[in-house]
Design a protein around this ligand. Structure first.
Ligand SMILES: [Zn+2]
Ligand SMILES: [Zn+2]
Length: 346
């Protein structure tokens, strides 16, 4: 099968053996994979250290069930050929984190994150994963355009929920890339208002308005802080900083007293943020970190939101690449060309 294999310095399309599902695993025929900013942190070694040669990355995955390994429990009653999402978070399903709805913090994740560490990812025609990572997709959704549910949307959704984003609250979303754009659509579906998008790219801000932002602030042209405080005098209930290297600077300036800042950009281990302590304490600000999503809770809810038309997933994907152009896709990601790009594998 065709796969984008890590050679020690870059990705190369190679012909590699098709994997066979082991006990409790499912073989997936990959429809598409997303080109996610976390992959840049991964490829540079900032995320989990050097990637082993021959590893296959790609963690935002949709596809179809091709074959079941022995002894799968198949809780969703899936059949071969059914469309599915593959979660990059592969929880154990039984520990105290998993039992308490915090499966994204399951300790098992340290050794197995699909396409990141321990488990080959989806930049390939086929892949195998433990069945807990396989979530059914609705029939009325196009599997090719659904892969962003399994990272961009999942990450944004869990982040918004972790700061109790509910109808009527105000939100500032800093960064209008894949995760930020997904957050705008979700905030809109969840009834937040106003939804203020901040970016430095005018095209992304235009798209942000199209996705449901009520206001768009260009942080390059304006003093973003005063622009936001013109709209929300007391500041925002929620600030979602989606930047890949979060610094919390603007977030702390525009969050209201008693408000929350949520951060999902992994930044790499060397990235630090400075917090003005007096401001932080005197305004009673909550700063919340949020890793990915809970596959068995958040992904089915997102599938339902997309399937019922509350979010239009087709609008998020701005670019579609063939496997042979995968390095170009990552180069364009670095240049800020995409909202979300996908690679089609089958
Ligand atoms: Zn991702
Ligand atoms: Zn667990």
């Amino acid at each position: 099968m065709k796969a984008a294999v890590y050679t020690g310095s870059q990705l190369e399309i190679e012909d590699v053996p098709e994997p066979t599902p082991k006990e409790g695993e499912v073989l997936i025929k990959v429809a598409s994979t997303g080109i996610c900013h976390s992959d840049l942190h991964l490829l540079s070694g900032e995320l989990v250290g050097p990637i082993p040669k021959g590893f296959i990355i790609g963690h935002e995955i949709s596809g179809w069930v091709e074959e079941f390994g022995k002894n799968v429990k198949n809780p969703y009653g899936l059949h071969e050929g059914d469309p599915v999402l593959v979660s990059w978070i592969v929880p154990c399903g039984v520990c105290k984190y998993c039992a308490n709805g915090k499966e994204n913090y399951c300790k098992e994740n340290a050794n197995r994150l699909v396409g990141i560490i321990g488990v080959d990812g989806g930049h390939a025609e086929y892949m195998t994963v433990p069945e807990i990572a396989v979530i059914p997709l609705a029939r009325n959704l196009d599997p090719y355009y659904s892969s962003p549910i399994a990272c961009a949307y999942g990450t944004a959704y869990n982040a918004l929920k972790s700061v109790n984003a509910t109808s009527g609250k105000s939100v500032v979303i800093i960064g209008s890339g894949g995760v930020g754009s997904a957050a705008i659509q979700l905030a809109n579906a969840m009834g937040l208002n106003p939804i203020i998008a901040v970016d430095i790219d005018e095209n992304k801000l235009k798209k942000a308005r199209d996705l449901g932002a009520t206001h768009a602030v260009n942080a390059n042209e304006n003093d973003a802080r005063s622009k936001i405080l013109e709209i929300l005098q007391d500041g925002a209930d929620i600030v979602y900083e989606t930047k890949p290297y979060p610094d919390l600077k603007l977030s702390l300036e525009v969050v209201k007293a008693g408000g929350s800042i949520v951060v999902t950009g992994l930044g790499g281990f060397a990235t630090m943020a400075q917090i003005p302590i007096t401001l932080f304490v005197s305004k009673g600000i909550s700063i919340v970190g949020s890793l990915g999503y809970r596959p068995r809770i958040d992904l089915p809810e997102l599938v339902s939101l997309a399937s019922s038309g509350k979010i239009d997933i087709r609008k998020l994907v701005s670019h579609v690449y063939p496997p042979e152009k995968i390095n170009e896709a990552y180069e364009n990601l670095k240049k800020g060309v995409h909202i979300r790009a996908i690679v089609k594998w089958n």
